[in-house]
Ligand binder design. Structure first.
Ligand code: NDP
Length: 286
């Protein structure tokens, strides 16, 4: 028989996970604070628990898909979780996550943190992947079941690490999306539609991808030999982006933030280094 799973939290993500688990033949018990959100998955074969305690009792593997970790405590603080494996796929800060792992350990449960890297419609598809952190042996035992939600990647034993990977990726994702909108607004000030910009922006993103391996090597080695893309040269460009934004009358916060990285590094006397030297001021903004 496939491993039984309890899933608590039936927002879009939790519901998609239940569908994927049912499709893969797992018996699934569900509970959600707003009971009606379970109706659809119950109609498909999930079992509705009367409350959190009943849900937790139904399976060793308890998956949580909640708004944040405060929701987990609101639901489970009064529930016996002894012997359970709690897999929390909710987003929160790494420190909150580490505290939660201790909390679970004190109650006799084992704990894995997870960060799902795709939106609900992609959960359970080949494109879905999830960062996990926590005890490796616990991950190994449950990897096959967790793979139903998305390709599972164990990033390390520190419970905060899955959150950090999730946040670092969203750091890149959200910043790139805002940069695309900012560029669109800049060109829009001259009447150029965003659809004409999109293919060019895609080319730039390809260039960014090409930059990454060598940039990572320089950051890790803490060696930033200046070549074509020095801090001074790139900083002048950042200045021009800011000036163009000012002329266009659009938001200045984003280009100001970028220019600040360059100004700080030049002020530190590192203008001749490669642009990766910006990492110093990002790590220690002073
Ligand atoms: P929702 O906010 O839609 O759902 C959250 C769930 O948490 C609901 O079931 C809600 O119950 C429950 N909940 C919140 N607070 C409490 C509480 N105090 N007590 C009991 N239950 C509570 O979230 P999503 O499904 O969109 O996302 C779940 C997690 O997955 C989040 O951490 C999110 O950051 C992450 N994520 C989301 C993605 C997305 O595209 N949506 C993509 C990747 C990750 P109720 O129904 O009663 O309100």
């Amino acid at each position: 028989m496939n491993q039984p799973v309890t899933l608590i939290g039936l927002g879009p993500m939790g519901q998609a996970m239940v569908h994927a688990l049912l499709d893969a033949g797992h018996p699934v018990t569900v509970w959600n604070r707003t009971a009606s959100r379970a109706d659809e998955v119950v109609a498909r074969g999930a079992v509705r628990a009367a409350g959190p305690a009943e849900a937790v009792a139904a399976a060793e593997l308890v998956v949580l898909s909640l708004t944040d970790y405060a929701a987990m405590h609101a639901i489970l603080d009064q529930v016996d979780v002894t012997g359970k494996v709690i897999v929390n796929l909710s987003s929160d800060s790494p420190e909150v996550t580490r505290e939660a792992a201790k909390w679970a350990g004190q109650r006799g449960a084992r704990f894995l943190t997870g960060g799902v890297m795709v939106p609900a419609p992609m959960v359970g598809t080949e494109a879905s992947y999830v960062y996990y952190s926590g005890p490796r042996e616990v991950f190994d035992v449950h990897e096959k079941t967790l793979a139903v939600i998305g390709a599972p990647h164990h990033m390390g034993t520190d419970p905060g690490l899955a959150q950090l990977f999730y946040q670092a990726n969203l750091d890149v994702f959200l910043t790139a999306l805002s940069a695309f909108l900012h560029g669109s607004a800049l060109l829009g000030s001259a009447g150029v539609p965003a659809k004409d910009f999109a293919p060019w922006a895609a080319q730039v993103l390809q260039l960014v991808i090409q930059f990454l391996p060598q940039s990572a090597e320089q950051v890790d080695a803490d060696e930033h030999p200046g070549d074509l893309s020095t801090v001074t040269m790139m900083g002048a460009t950042a200045d021009h982006v800011l000036a163009a934004s000012r002329e266009a009358g659009i938001d200045l916060d984003l280009p100001r933030a970028i220019k600040a990285h360059y100004d700080r590094t030049i002020a530190a006397g590192k203008g001749g280094d490669n642009w990766t030297r910006l990492i110093d001021g990002i790590r220690n903004p002073g």
